[in-house]
Design a protein around this ligand. Sequence first.
Ligand SMILES: O=C(O)c1ccccc1N[C@@H]1O[C@H](COP(=O)(O)O)[C@@H](O)[C@H]1O
Length: 205
Amino acid sequence: MVRVKICGLTKKEHIQVAVEEQVDYIGFVFAKSKRQVTVEQAKVLAQSIPEPIQKVGVFVNETVENMLHIAKEVPLDVIQLHGQESQQVVEALKPYTTIKAISVRTKEDVQKAAQYNVDYYLFDAPGIEYEGGSGNTFDWTLLENTKINRQNIILAGGLTPENVGRAIEQVEPYGIDVSSGVEIDGQKDEMRMRAFMNQTRNGVV
Ligand SMILES: O=C(O)c1ccccc1N[C@@H]1O[C@H](COP(=O)(O)O)[C@@H](O)[C@H]1O
């Protein structure tokens, strides 16, 4: 079964919905974003996330020192690197599980993923205002014939309850990641979160 990450949660009531829907990963954005949370906010929200749900911190070109500090404080299970971080940064974050986001415009962008030795490769559309969370999709056919194992691929970028079934069928990723697609007017929406989960788990919107 495909794993699901819902990202950019900032409110307890939406964490509750994600927990009820048995998502696999909940993401907190610590980078500059309209969904940015402070360490203190994330710490409080994290208290209502039971195991085995994994808590993911999303960072953009943050220092290793800060990331490790925040990961310990919250605490986080997974670190998502959504900027132009190097493999050296990935190495410095062990033993945390790491996700490296790759912005995809071309086939060459997909090939760039091979320079990283990381737990998961998250393929996303290029950011607009911020590095991620644009709500835009990219051309999924660019992932065809990639050497990256499907079991290490997380698909992101503009996924919604309406297109996620098609995305899973076409890309066959390990996981999918959604933020904008389960929002209305910039806020997470319970009905869209539940519809997204229904669609991924049962093929029902
Ligand atoms: O969500 C954000 O605001 C954000 C800001 C900076 C870096 C990453 C961010 N989110 C990540 O963006 C993708 C796709 O989001 P969307 O579904 O297209 O809105 C996802 O990986 C988020 O983790």
